[in-house]
Ligand binder design. Structure first.
Ligand code: HEC
Ligand code: HEC
Length: 406
């Protein structure tokens, strides 16, 4: 430890100014820790009975008679968001594809970059053609605690981005994108959900996932997907809008009422994991994987009044280990969603809360150890990874212990 301290003091003085808590406008209210746990309890936004009822909708399997497909990926939200409890993650990946035009711009595969893995009729199965030579898998993400993420003020994320070049000597420069909020036409907000920060609202994400993963149209997205650009109307007997129970509002309420992922407290309390947490801050992992963020105060109005921060989500300290910004860490997949051409090779810093519930890492899920995941970072993370490589073997062990406790 002593060695590391000297090493850090000499080499990384600028990093020590790392702000430990990032917040805007929450100072006048008392800040409480957001509730955490993988125990299926509500965070207090709704009572437990209502929460359990909402969860059932998130777990409900849609059949063809409900409007499933015609092209789709799975039958329920929880099929892909399931482990260790409903709303967590899964090994399921989805497939995206497209190509570049002559000018070098990304062009989606026919009918959209999401290539559906299943169909209700063999004739509708989508298969990637050779021309669509930009391809990527995307792992399922955790939605637990996402209500708190939605309640982060835009300016908090803008401030994090603004401070990064100063903390890192200029290399790290997270990108903020503003994306449309479907339920508030004409309004944009800082994107924070999905591997490409393609959404800022859980309601918008719910409508998007209901249509694109399950094939159910809703009042926000009333038009069916195509099969590789061809109409599926002849195969679809259920009239649009198919979401007649307003499930997208129920999914949204369920996700907003979830607790954030908890730490493995026993492991986190060990001297090794504590030392690892310090190393994580000192070598600069925390510049992107931000440990502490405070949500906006209760009563704050977002999305043109469509989302008023409720007391259960307001002025809460969360530990997401993410800045919710886009970065080029040398792993870019070339795909553009809501952010325009400059985001083609960027990905959102994945929140590391709940990391111990995952075993396939990075957007494509192709790496299987923490060490490999860390070493794959390049680009903006280059300097930080150099410092990681300079750690002693025991120090690297401490860092990994810390990651295991998340
Ligand atoms: C076939 C698997 C699958 C199904 C079914 C599915 N999802 Fe997802 N979900 C994913 C994947 C994969 C991602 C990451 C996608 C990306 O960003 O490219 C994701 C991301 C999300 C996110 C963003 C989480 C974050 O913190 O960034 C939300 C919210 C979400 N899904 C909600 C839902 C809801 C609601 C449903 C049901 C209507 C649903 N999902 C159904 C696979 C699925
Ligand atoms: C410049 C910002 C940045 C820095 C610095 C950084 N990361 Fe990351 N990290 C990312 C991004 C972006 C990804 C996702 C890359 C991808 O999916 O292709 C990522 C992915 C990861 C993952 C995989 C998570 C998952 O769920 O798949 C781990 C683990 C991780 N980082 C740990 C670290 C550690 C430890 C350090 C310090 C040694 C570090 N990172 C430094 C931005 C950063």
């Amino acid at each position: 430890m002593r060695l590391l301290k000297v090493f850090v003091a000499v080499m990384f003085v600028p990093l020590l100014v790392l702000p430990l808590v990032v917040s805007r406008s929450a100072s006048s209210q008392t800040i409480a820790q957001a509730p955490t746990g993988f125990d299926g309890k509500t965070n207090g936004l709704t009572d437990q009975a209502a929460f359990d009822a909402d969860r059932k909708a998130f777990e409900e399997r849609d059949e063809i008679a409900d409007g499933l497909g015609p092209v789709y990926n799975a039958q329920s939200c929880s099929e892909c968001h399931q482990s260790p409890i409903t709303g967590g993650i899964s090994q399921v990946t989805v497939l995206r594809a497209g190509h570049r035009d002559r000018a070098g711009n990304f062009v989606e595969a026919p009918g959209g970059s999401l290539v559906h893995d299943r169909a209700i009729d063999a004739r509708l199965q989508e298969v990637v053609t050779p021309e669509e030579d930009i391809r990527s898998f995307r792992t399922s993400l955790n939605v637990l605690g996402d209500g708190f993420v939605e309640a982060i003020d835009d300016n908090t994320l803008v401030d994090i981005a603004r401070n990064q070049p100063r903390q890192s000597g200029g290399l790290i420069n997270g990108q903020v994108i503003r994306v449309p909020v479907l339920e508030a036409p004409g309004i944009t907000r800082v994107g924070r959900f999905g591997w490409k920060n393609q959404h800022a609202s859980l309601m918008s994400f719910s409508a998007d996932a209901y249509l694109n993963e399950i094939g159910i149209t809703s009042f926000l997205l009333p038009q069916e997907n195509t099969s590789w650009g061809r109409s599926v109307a002849n195969f679809d007997s259920v009239p649009d809008v198919e979401d007649t129970d307003n499930d997208i509002e129920i999914f949204t309420r369920f996700m907003r009422a979830t607790q954030a992922p908890s730490r493995d407290e026993m492991l986190a309390a060990t001297p090794e994991a504590r030392a690892g947490a310090q190393i994580f801050n000192q070598i600069g992992c925390a510049i992107c994987h931000v440990p502490n963020i405070v949500t906006a105060p209760a009563g704050t109005s977002f999305n043109g009044g469509a989302f008023i921060v409720p007391p259960a989500l307001g002025s809460k300290m969360i530990h997401p280990y993410s800045d919710f910004l886009l970065h080029d860490v040398g792993t870019g997949d070339g795909i553009v969603q809501n952010g325009g051409p400059s985001t083609a090779n960027k990905l959102r810093t994945p929140p590391l809360w709940g990391l111990r519930t995952r075993n396939r890492f990075m957007h494509d899920g192709l790496l299987l150890t923490y060490d490999e995941a860390i070493r794959r970072h390049r680009g903006e993370a280059g300097q930080v990874i150099q410092r990681f490589n300079q750690l002693t073997e025991p120090q690297r062990g401490q860092l990994i212990r810390f990651l295991r406790s998340l």
